[in-house]
Design a protein around this ligand. Structure first.
Ligand code: A3P
Length: 321
């Protein structure tokens, strides 16, 4: 499918109806994906993406936080939000204490265009906007505006396990009713929400080589093992570097603590709240946040299959998953 002009809801419905469909068997018919521009997506999200492709206008101070689902989006949003608003709120008043990070920074595909435009109009300096859209399908104005982009990525095996639980819980199925082996198999074949993970990474990596100054790649595991350095570099990249005084006063450490899994996952809003924009329980975004949880789910054969895939597709890229 090429980028298509859709003039009304009916045309949108018809366009989507013509796309290849996949009914995820392991999710017992609760999850239907549509293949659009070489990636799989849910219908409602796809509608927002197509609208954005037609009408979204990037602005020069927008910073795009890009990621494949389950690779650290929530964390990245919390960190960026805290970095850019650190002078607006005293520590005990951060909106993050009462708001899901996804509701602090809008996503193309999750929020509608009107909501994103309103948010762009309100912001004056750095305007972070997030998206899971693969690089090749980003709205044209993002590609031509030369905006900064942050891309977070994560160990593929942990992404698979995280995805499995998220989608299974979205579909309200128990682990017995939603076999991990089947989820693995679909993911391995690139049939998952936002398509092949490896292709997603490769798309952003290629773009980062073409515009190195405008890109900042972060690995989830590096953020975990060395948050201070990584938060510092992130703040510099998005144009909000910490001053020496701030460093001495422990501002970086305070942001790391505020955005930590331990803190966010224990807040009432994230334990029992639900987002108005994308109505799944907020707790689904905070599961375990452990590096290497895949070992509790993978057979040796699954692990070897992923190792081989990564070796075939990513060797020579310098990216270690
Ligand atoms: P697990 O399912 O392995 O626990 P995304 O935000 O892209 O949807 O990714 C969700 C994953 O990030 C989940 O992984 C979730 O627990 C983890 N996560 C959420 N908040 C986090 C935080 N503040 N720090 C580290 N990891 C976090």
């Amino acid at each position: 499918t090429t980028k298509t002009e859709v003039k009304c809801d009916k045309e949108m419905e018809e366009l989507i109806k013509r796309l290849p469909q996949h009914n995820c068997r392991w999710l017992k018919g609760t999850f239907i994906l549509y293949k659009y521009q070489d990636f799989w997506c849910l219908e409602n999200v796809l509608k927002e993406i197509i609208s954005a492709q037609q009408s979204f206008k990037a602005r020069s101070n927008d910073v795009f936080l890009c990621s494949y689902p389950k690779s650290g989006t929530t964390w990245l949003k919390a960190l960026v939000f805290s970095i850019i608003t650190r002078e607006n709120f005293v520590k005990s008043m951060s909106p993050l204490l009462t708001t899901l990070p996804h509701d602090c920074i809008p996503s193309i595909g999750r929020a509608n265009l009107h909501q994103i435009q309103q948010y762009q109009n309100k912001s004056c300096f750095t305007t972070p906007i997030s998206t899971h859209i693969p690089h090749h399908s980003l709205p044209e104005s993002i590609l031509t505006s030369n905006c900064k982009m942050v891309y977070i990525y994560r160990n593929m095996k942990d992404v698979i396990v995280s995805y499995y639980h998220f989608v299974r819980e979205m579909s309200k199925l128990s682990m017995e009713d939603a076999p991990f082996e089947e989820a693995f198999d679909e993911f391995y074949h690139g049939i998952s929400y936002f398509g092949s993970y490896v292709n997603h990474i490769l798309g952003y990596r290629k773009a980062s080589l073409e515009r190195p100054k405008m890109f900042h790649l972060i690995k989830y595991e590096d953020m975990k093992s060395n948050p201070t350095n990584n938060v510092k570099r992130l703040a510099e990249f998005i144009g909000h570097p910490f001053t020496i005084e701030e460093e001495k006063a422990g501002v970086i450490e305070n942001i790391i603590k505020l955005c930590s899994f331990e803190n966010l996952s224990n807040l009432e809003v994230n334990k029992s709240g639900s987002s108005k924009i994308f109505p799944v329980g907020n707790r689904l975004y905070f599961r375990k946040a452990e590096v290497g949880d895949w070992k509790n789910y993978f057979t040796d054969e699954m692990s070897e299959k992923i190792d081989k895939l990564i070796d075939e597709k990513l060797s020579g890229t310098g990216l270690v998953l």
